[in-house]
Design a protein around this ligand. Structure first.
Ligand code: 2PG
Ligand code: MG
Length: 384
């Protein structure tokens, strides 16, 4: 087989779904042009790598001057790239660069990206239906403290699960009487955290009558309302210590039969996470672990989580993303490939989720940037 010749690598700034600037990297080979735009988080974890080394413009300039005069033949060859750019660009830029190189490489080998990466498993869809926290605006001066109220369809196929989540999303609109959507296309509301959970359970029951199964999850994103050892709730108001927060979340898991709880404690509180681990539900690290192998190792040592969010641009290096997934699998920690709140129509996370056999993909329900990933997964499922 002929070797992949990289003719040109270019970068530029494009807009994401929030209208904010992000980086796009384009790799040109004899097989075509392969581009990837990086997403952008709003409720970013303190331990994420910086999106750009100095700023977006500098990263763009750096990539535009990049000379790749070595051969890239395998996934592992990304090491050569990382050696070349280390310390010079941020997580968004490294992710976009490596992702475009992988897309080019898969094409060179005549394979779909998920196929090239070697995966077979179709994940379950986790969809944000109702929002609060940093991603939502207030309604009548109120909003839920929890960032995401998630539906997780439990049908036989990905396509069916997308439909189930969509049905639940429509019912949520009806029950909430909401008309406004947030950054991720989730409904905004003035209802309190538990009032929303009540509605979600009502929706679950409605769907059950139609023979459809669905699970409920939360991204509490608790670092956004944590300060000096206390969790400051507004809707309804309450101030909880660490142990009170643990007991409160335990109560919610039981009362509302939650399958999935993301970031229930502050982003550095490994022992707090551990206090919540149980049998039939997932305690998921996002800001806690930031797709960083070292932080995952700590979470494993502390037995802090049984689920981990995987957001490639939190760490930038796809070699490290793969390492995180492998490590998680070794310790039976469920993997959740995830979008960011600011997204583009790029759908690579669908291929990465299948390619690396992730258990779930969290990529929303409503909006073109969310649907781009869902559609890609439905297509992969169909052609597999
Ligand atoms: C999260 C994400 C995505 P952000 O907290 O899980 O929903 O938010 O991209 O703003 O970090
Ligand atoms: Mg999160």
């Amino acid at each position: 087989m002929k070797k992949m010749i990289i003719k040109k690598v270019t970068a530029k700034s494009v807009k994401d779904s929030r209208g904010e600037k992000t980086i796009q990297v384009i790799v040109k080979t004899s097989k075509g042009r392969f581009k990837t735009s990086a997403p952008c988080g709003k409720s970013k974890g303190r331990f994420e790598v910086k999106s750009y080394a100095k700023n977006l413009e500098n990263d763009v300039d750096f990539i535009n001057c990049l000379k790749i005069d070595f051969i890239i033949e395998s996934f592992e060859d990304l090491k050569k790239i990382e050696k070349l750019v280390i310390g010079q660009i941020g997580g968004n830029s490294l992710f976009a660069l490596e992702a475009s190189l992988l897309k080019a490489l898969a094409q060179e080998k005549g394979k779909e990206l998920w196929e090239f990466l070697g995966g077979v498993k179709i994940p379950r869809s986790v969809g944000n239906a109702i929002g609060g926290g940093l991603h939502s605006k207030v309604v009548n001066r109120r909003k839920p403290d929890f960032q995401e109220f998630l539906f997780i369809g439990n049908g036989k196929t990905f396509k069916e699960n997308v439909k189930i989540n969509k049905k639940a999303y429509k019912l949520a609109k009806k029950f909430l009487k909401s008309r406004r959507r947030n950054d991720e296309g989730a409904w905004e509301t003035d209802l309190g955290n538990e009032q929303v959970l009540e509605i979600m359970n009502k929706i679950k029951d409605e769907l059950k009558k139609k023979g459809l199964k669905i699970d409920i999850g939360l991204d509490i994103a608790s670092s956004s309302f944590y300060k000096n050892g206390r969790y400051y709730y507004k809707n309804p108001a309450q101030k909880l210590s660490k142990s009170e927060q643990i007991n409160y979340i335990k109560k919610l898991i039981k009362k509302y039969n939650l399958l999935y709880v993301e970031d229930p404690l502050n982003e550095n509180d490994f022992s707090g996470f551990r206090g919540l681990i149980g049998k039939n539900y997932l305690i998921v690290g996002d800001d806690l672990t930031t797709t960083n192998p070292e932080r995952l190792n700590k979470a494993i040592r502390m037995q802090a989580i049984n689920g981990i969010i995987v957001k490639p641009n939190q760490i930038g290096s796809l070699l490290k993303v793969k390492k995180v997934i492998e490590l998680a699998k070794k310790y039976k920690i469920k993997t959740i490939m995830s979008h960011r709140s600011g997204e583009t129509k790029d759908n690579i996370i669908a291929d990465l989720a299948v390619g690396w056999d992730c258990d779930f993909i969290k990529t929303g329900i409503y909006g073109s940037v969310r649907k781009a990933k869902l559609k890609r997964l439905i297509r992969i499922e169909k052609t597999k």
